[in-house]
Design a protein around this ligand. Sequence first.
Ligand SMILES: C[S@@+](CC[C@H](N)C(=O)[O-])C[C@H]1O[C@@H](n2cnc3c(N)ncnc32)[C@H](O)[C@@H]1O
Length: 199
Amino acid sequence: MSGATAWNQRYRESDRLWIPDADPSLKDAVAHIAPTDALDLGCGEGRNSLFLARAGFQVTAVDFADVALDRLQAVAGNEGLTIETICEDMFTYLTTAQSFHFVVLANIHPERRERLNLYERLHHIVAPGGWLYIIGHHVDSFGIAGPPNKDLLIDEEEIRAAFNGFLVHTLTKVSDVSDHGHAAPSLVAVLERPIELPT
Ligand SMILES: C[S@@+](CC[C@H](N)C(=O)[O-])C[C@H]1O[C@@H](n2cnc3c(N)ncnc32)[C@H](O)[C@@H]1O
């Protein structure tokens, strides 16, 4: 079964898979950033995309699960928000995508080799002077919540190494019971791409 088929099946099993509210750390991250063009990779039902659109960002939301994107568009339509949704594998999308000034990668957990490949592509997708927000299950959440495989979990060292040259505004563990329903830590990274990346 392809990743998209499995995710669509998961979405169909319930009316709503994720909570409607955006990640609290995303709200903190954008508090001091003027609305700009934004990309939400693996947006799911769109809680972070919708939050950004409500805040005035021009959002492009990518996911390979059309069931989730339909839910995002239903809410956006009800609220009169315009969000561009793209139903595609993010790895394919990123090979030709334009750059964005705010990029969100929230709760996406491919295996390490693919993840490093994804980070590499993000170097080019985050525009000079743009921002990258990442949240995902920290390795310390292993056995408590999130993917039951350490290779799928992230830590500070991985992010620092992958985004060498970016300015690190936040790189910290958070455990928000109200957001996730458990106290297992997630890693939050808020990074800024300098105008010139070191070679
Ligand atoms: C755990 S959910 C997170 C959804 C959303 N980012 C959030 O935090 O609410 C992961 C989402 O990523 C999507 N996804 C996973 N791998 C993907 C890929 N390679 N290309 C596009 N979407 C992907 C899934 O369909 C799913 O909607």
